[in-house]
Design a binder for this molecule. Structure first.
Ligand code: SF4
Length: 342
């Protein structure tokens, strides 16, 4: 990222840049545009019109009005509610760790038990409750009742429920909070591309997915995130103070400060300040890499499924435990075919 002010930021990738306009959207710009803008150059009519159309006058190379921070020890708690975890005293945890948002993955088939569980939730800093229903039939009336809880902002349901629900009968504000997910989706790569000011700031210092996250599994294991392999304790055997000690440990926070700038491939990607990536990073000396390829190839600016997309391997990018290499000739050749010889 070359600069940031309150309205927009620009992130340079391998062969193009993106303008992240916090008030509008994300737009791709050619490589060199940010330099032109920062140096206040003149003479390129296309760039000048773009600057004028988007009112990009307040940019300053050193402008950086917001450094991400949070008073929460854990901003996001994810808990699987199973027969093992439903009796875990949740409010003391929320208060001890000053949790901002909780995601309840509800695995039990009792509607009543979920409502009872929600009455037990309170946290001084809690702002949002997100519910994921795994395997329980629900109807519009029940969903409306859940939404009467002031902190419930979103309820995610299996995609198979979509046909049987008539969301029109639910209040508009509530129906907008309902989303559907595919339970068969197993990919660890889950990207959210959002032009969020907070996300951009967090991405400069932290991993936007693993940072300040805590997961309690259906079998009561304490982990950083559902994708993590390391288990730190059984929640039934520790109290809140011990849990706080765990989340403050170096081992628990292993991935929190792994930024995309420190990850091979991602550091060449123009989306690196606005993407939330669930893959576990692997360390190679001072750098990090991923074992699975992302759905986006930043060397040719193509998403999987788009015409012309090829994998990183085919592009000539080797990112492994041993090495990181870019076959520049092959990358240039592919880009010529894709973008110049139309
Ligand atoms: S390569 Fe994929 S995971 Fe990495 S920054 Fe780009 S979009 Fe995000």
């Amino acid at each position: 990222m070359v600069s940031q002010c309150t309205r927009f930021a620009i992130t340079e990738g391998f062969s193009r840049e993106i303008l992240i306009n916090y008030e509008k959207e994300i737009q791709a710009t050619p490589k060199g545009f940010s330099k032109y803008l920062i140096n206040k150059e003149k003479g390129n009519k296309e760039y000048d019109k773009f600057i004028s159309d988007n009112a990009l006058y307040s940019i300053h190379p050193k402008a950086n009005g917001y450094v991400w921070n949070s008073f929460s020890f854990i901003t996001n708690l994810i808990i699987d509610i199973s027969v093992n975890t439903i009796d875990t005293p949740i409010s003391p945890i929320l208060n001890e760790l000053l949790v901002e948002a909780i995601e309840i993955r509800y695995l039990i088939r009792s509607q009543k038990k979920l409502e009872q569980y929600l009455t037990k939730i309170s946290g001084v800093s809690l702002r949002t409750i997100h519910i994921v229903i795994k395997d329980m039939e629900v109807d519009e009336k029940y969903l409306s009742r859940l939404f009467s809880h002031p902190l419930i902002k979103n309820i995610a349901l299996p995609i198979s429920f979509k046909k049987s629900l008539t969301l029109d009968v639910i209040h508009k504000d509530m129906s907008q909070g309902i989303s559907f997910y595919d339970p068969e989706e197993k990919s660890l790569i889950n990207l959210h591309i959002t032009p969020s000011y907070e996300l951009v700031s967090e991405s400069k210092e932290y991993h936007t997915y693993f940072n300040r996250k805590l997961y309690i599994s259906s079998s009561c294991q304490v982990k950083n995130a559902p994708e993590s392999t390391e288990e730190f304790a059984d929640i039934r055997l520790i109290d809140c103070k011990e849990l706080k000690t765990i989340v403050q440990s170096i081992a628990f926070q292993k991935y929190w400060r792994v930024t995309k700038d420190n990850c091979d491939v991602c550091s060449d990607c123009e989306f690196r300040n606005i993407c939330v990536d669930r893959r576990i990073p692997k360390q190679r000396e001072e750098r990090w890499y991923h074992e699975k390829e992302c759905n986006y190839n930043p060397y040719i600016n193509k998403w999987k499924g788009e015409t012309g997309y090829v994998s990183l391997q085919t592009t000539g990018i080797i990112s492994s435990a041993k090495t990181f290499r870019i076959d520049s000739d092959n990358v240039a050749y592919l880009n010529r075919i894709l973008w110049e010889e139309i």
